[in-house]
Design a protein around this ligand. Structure first.
Ligand SMILES: Cc1cc2nc3c(=O)[nH]c(=O)nc-3n(C[C@H](O)[C@H](O)[C@H](O)COP(=O)(O)OP(=O)(O)OC[C@H]3O[C@@H](n4cnc5c(N)ncnc54)[C@H](O)[C@@H]3O)c2cc1C
Length: 440
């Protein structure tokens, strides 16, 4: 463990998983002098080659978590390329988050647009992670360490992590940041319980990256360099620029009645022709976008925890954050952003001197659970509903564009207005309220 102090008899916290949740938490803890180690199943820190968008609430959470998270983000953040679509504080102008267009019959008809204080802010996942990792101490991570289960001993004893390679280690506490198929969640809630497993939403997505030169030449500048979403029956497609405008990110969602073939895997191989077949009958713009994908593409299954939300995010000295706690469909583009909110709240709670004792650690985890569960589980449910709105499936709304626009707007506003300072203050107040009972 880095930065060992006598307050942590078992060396500090173990973070399971080195994705956006695990790495932002590690940065938040390191910044506050809290010893921690990351156990990652991969052979290095690695993210997939795809885009991820961040909204104003997530950007505020980056700053609250650790200035280095924000610095890393700024190094790679990409905005809408057109000046008129960017936020400008001096001019008091909001920035475009997404233009929503008809993708099916009335090709390219603008339906509605969403604006916020930051506009569109997207990164290439792998590049963002690389930038963040530069700020971590060199010895903070152990790779090729796949956690199978964690086990808490009674009283002041440590938490034991058991790895797939047959080895084990101990820590003062464990935070599971091990994603949608979290093993820490299973240890926490019971592997046999439905809430330990995210379910298939009967939607999947093709993802692709198109060189921007090619996208501009084929689609025209406005469509290629700004964030857009094309809506239609049972499907939708979104595009936005990443890599400082060098690349156009494409995600094409399809609703299906078929089961996902292997529930243990998140992706399966497919072809561009599969995507074109899924979108047959769609307008020329969507067809054109899909025709720019590589011949071989991956399909991503969309899982979430809406049907069986976790009844708690913490028990004893084990907690879960990010997708491990609240795996969500991506229709609000906020799963990673909420993971950073988790990290900011948890890092601040753990910085309290009283949280450095085993009893205080448990209370910090309890306070984290109390303050994060409602908002993040609302996100999971709202994201499902929003996916239905985009695809004209939502009960009581269907293809009423005015209603779709109004409801989508209201839901995004609730996300964007999330006030991380208030969330932290609420969590700290809960910690102080609960603390006296921990000493009994
Ligand atoms: C198509 C799509 C588009 C999306 N777009 C957006 C977006 O625009 N904006 C947004 O905010 N969110 C978006 N999301 C959601 C976002 O990707 C996730 O919420 C986010 O990546 C979760 O981060 P995480 O660190 O919790 O989990 P992960 O990114 O899954 O990281 C988990 C890490 O843990 C490791 N691990 C797993 N199991 C173990 C184990 N047993 N032992 C040790 N290590 C383990 C993994 O190797 C990995 O490194 C999207 C999701 C999808 C599917």
């Amino acid at each position: 463990m880095s930065n060992i102090t006598s307050e942590y008899p078992h060396g500090g916290l173990a973070i399971v998983g080195g994705g956006i949740a695990g790495v932002t938490l590690a940065l938040g803890l390191v910044a506050r002098g809290i010893p921690c180690k990351i156990y990652e199943q991969g052979h290095s820190f690695a993210e997939i080659g795809a885009g991820v968008a961040f909204a104003p609430n997530s950007i505020r959470a980056m700053r609250a978590c650790d200035a280095n998270v924000y610095t890393a983000f700024k190094a790679v953040a990409t905005h809408n390329t057109w000046e008129s679509k960017r936020a400008d504080r001096e001019l008091g102008r909001k920035g475009l988050y997404f233009d929503f267009l008809e993708g099916f019959h009335e090709n390219d008809k603008l339906l509605f647009s969403l604006y916020n204080d930051e506009g569109a802010n997207s990164v290439h996942r792998a590049h963002f992670l690389d930038e963040m990792v530069k700020f971590l101490p060199k010895d903070i991570a152990a790779f090729r360490k796949r956690v199978e289960r964690v086990e808490e001993s009674a009283g002041q004893g440590p938490v034991t992590l058991h790895f797939a390679d047959g080895t084990s280690t101990t820590a003062d506490a464990v935070v599971g940041a091990d994603g949608v198929k979290s093993h820490v969640r299973q240890s926490l809630l019971g592997a046999e319980k439905p809430e330990s497993h995210a379910g298939y939403t009967y939607k999947y997505a093709y993802r692709g990256l198109i060189p921007m030169d090619k996208a501009v030449a084929e689609l025209g500048e406005e469509a290629a360099v700004n964030s857009r979403m094309y809506l239609g029956p049972d499907r939708h497609v979104l595009t936005f620029p990443i890599d400082k405008g060098e690349t156009m990110n494409v995600v094409a969602f399809t609703t299906t009645s078929q089961n996902w073939p292997d529930i243990h895997k998140s992706t399966r191989a497919a072809t561009k022709q599969d995507a074109l077949n899924d979108f047959s009958g769609w307008g020329p713009t969507v067809t054109h976008i899909l025709s720019l994908l590589n011949e071989d593409v991956d399909i991503w299954a969309i899982f979430d925890m809406k049907d069986h939300p976790a009844p708690t995010y913490a028990k004893g000295k084990v907690a879960i954050i990010g997708d491990a706690a609240h795996a969500t469909s991506p229709h609000h583009g906020s799963g990673a952003g909420f993971a950073i909110e988790d990290s900011a709240v948890l890092a601040e709670l753990l910085a309290d001197p009283a949280a450095k004792r085993p009893s205080g650690l448990r209370v910090a985890f309890q306070a984290y659970d109390q303050c994060r569960r409602q908002r993040s589980q609302w996100l999971v449910a709202s994201s499902r509903r929003t996916g239905e709105l985009y695809e004209w499936q939502a009960q009581g709304v269907g293809y009423d564009i005015e209603k779709i626009g109004a409801e989508v707007h209201e839901r995004f506003e609730k996300i964007w207005q999330g006030d991380i300072k208030q969330m932290i203050a609420n969590a700290q107040a809960a910690f102080q309220r609960l603390l006296p009972y921990s000493e009994l």
